[in-house]
Design a protein around this ligand. Structure first.
Ligand SMILES: NC(=O)c1ccc[n+]([C@@H]2O[C@H](COP(=O)([O-])OP(=O)(O)OC[C@H]3O[C@@H](n4cnc5c(N)ncnc54)[C@H](OP(=O)(O)O)[C@@H]3O)[C@@H](O)[C@H]2O)c1
Length: 298
């Protein structure tokens, strides 16, 4: 790493339970394929390219990787790529995975896991990552789930058994978070969030911070593009601030999220080494109060 290189450490750290993570993390969902993720006919990404991105993320100081066993394309699995690229794992690396959604081996979506199926999903992650415990497991709450109490209870038992260190929840309302917290400690909420979010979503981010819970947004760069990724059309205010700061729109989106509060941990996903470096460099970007107000009211 060259002298003066911006690293993830420039964005500061946060503790997920007892695990210290860089606030700039990395999302692995984009790695198994190019183009749209999570579709059965996804186009597998070049294996060496994906492995290079993971290794470079670690070189740039990132120690927080978000993944899931259901992140796969016909020929690539995010967990297997992480294992191949990074094992034996650095001592400080925190791998966060998620369970809940049902995806069969051919990539078709099925029913969300029942509580008694969560152990199998946790074990699938353990096998693929080559670990004997998972650092953090998020329960990805699906719209079909009317209550999450039994699911959280099942994960809490796996935590007691030593298979999981800490629990999080994803795709939740404040009410669902409270339901989970009544059963077990929750260290993070992973929800869709970024510039353009509404008042309730901003309030939820603040409420998580007040409770000492990490808020981990996804689609922070992709925004309205969601699963399809960056669309090519960008908001005029984001572009104006980017131009003024000599940064890219993606960097402004990440810097804005990081400045929403110390509890916000970003996990941008990319299969591109240049984008990875740019995303880590956003750690050093500090927006002014006026820029924050302008971007928050987009
Ligand atoms: N809990 C959940 O339900 C859930 C849902 C979705 C995602 N996630 C997690 O959140 C992570 C982030 O979500 P995401 O990857 O979908 O969205 P994202 O990080 O907001 O954006 C990724 C998209 O932006 C592009 N991109 C990344 N860096 C860029 C840069 N510097 N300049 C221009 N374009 C850039 C990527 O394409 P390139 O490859 O070309 O860079 C990709 O199209 C995922 O990887 C996954 O781990 C969780």
């Amino acid at each position: 790493m060259g002298q003066g290189q911006i690293t993830a450490a420039d964005g500061g750290t946060w503790k997920l339970g007892d695990l210290v993570v860089t606030r700039i993390g990395f999302g692995a969902m984009r790695l198994p394929q190019t183009g749209r993720a999570l579709v059965a006919d996804a186009v597998p990404r070049d294996r060496d390219a994906a492995i290079s991105v993971l290794r470079r993320a670690i070189e740039l100081g990132v120690n927080h990787i978000d993944t899931a066993a259901f992140y796969f394309s016909p020929l690539r699995s995010a967990n297997e790529l992480i294992n191949s690229a990074l094992a034996p794992y650095p001592d400080d690396l925190v791998i966060v995975t998620k369970v809940g959604p049902g995806r069969d081996p051919s990539g078709e979506w099925g029913r969300a896991a029942r509580p008694d199926q969560l152990r199998g999903q946790v074990e699938e992650n353990l096998r693929q990552l080559g670990r004997d415990h998972l650092d953090v497991v998020n329960l990805r709450v699906m719209p079909s789930m009317t209550s999450i109490a039994e699911h959280v209870g099942a994960l809490a038992e796996l935590r007691q058994a030593g298979l999981i260190r800490h629990l999080g929840v994803s795709g939740v309302t404040p009410e669902r978070l409270a339901e989970a917290q009544a059963i077990a400690p929750v260290v993070c909420v992973q929800n869709r969030y970024g510039i353009g979010a509404g008042a309730q979503e901003h309030a939820f981010v603040d409420a998580c911070g007040e409770q000492g819970i990490a808020f981990v947004p996804y689609f922070t760069i992709a925004g309205a593009g969601g699963g399809a990724g960056v669309t090519g059309t960008e908001n005029a205010d984001v572009l104006a601030v980017a131009r003024a700061r000599g940064a890219t729109a993606a960097q402004i989106r990440l810097a804005w999220a990081l400045q929403r509060g110390p509890q916000v941990l970003v996990i941008p996903g990319t299969g591109d080494l240049g984008h990875l470096a740019a995303n880590v460099a956003a750690a050093a970007l500090r927006l002014t109060g006026d820029e924050m107000i302008r971007l928050t009211s987009v």
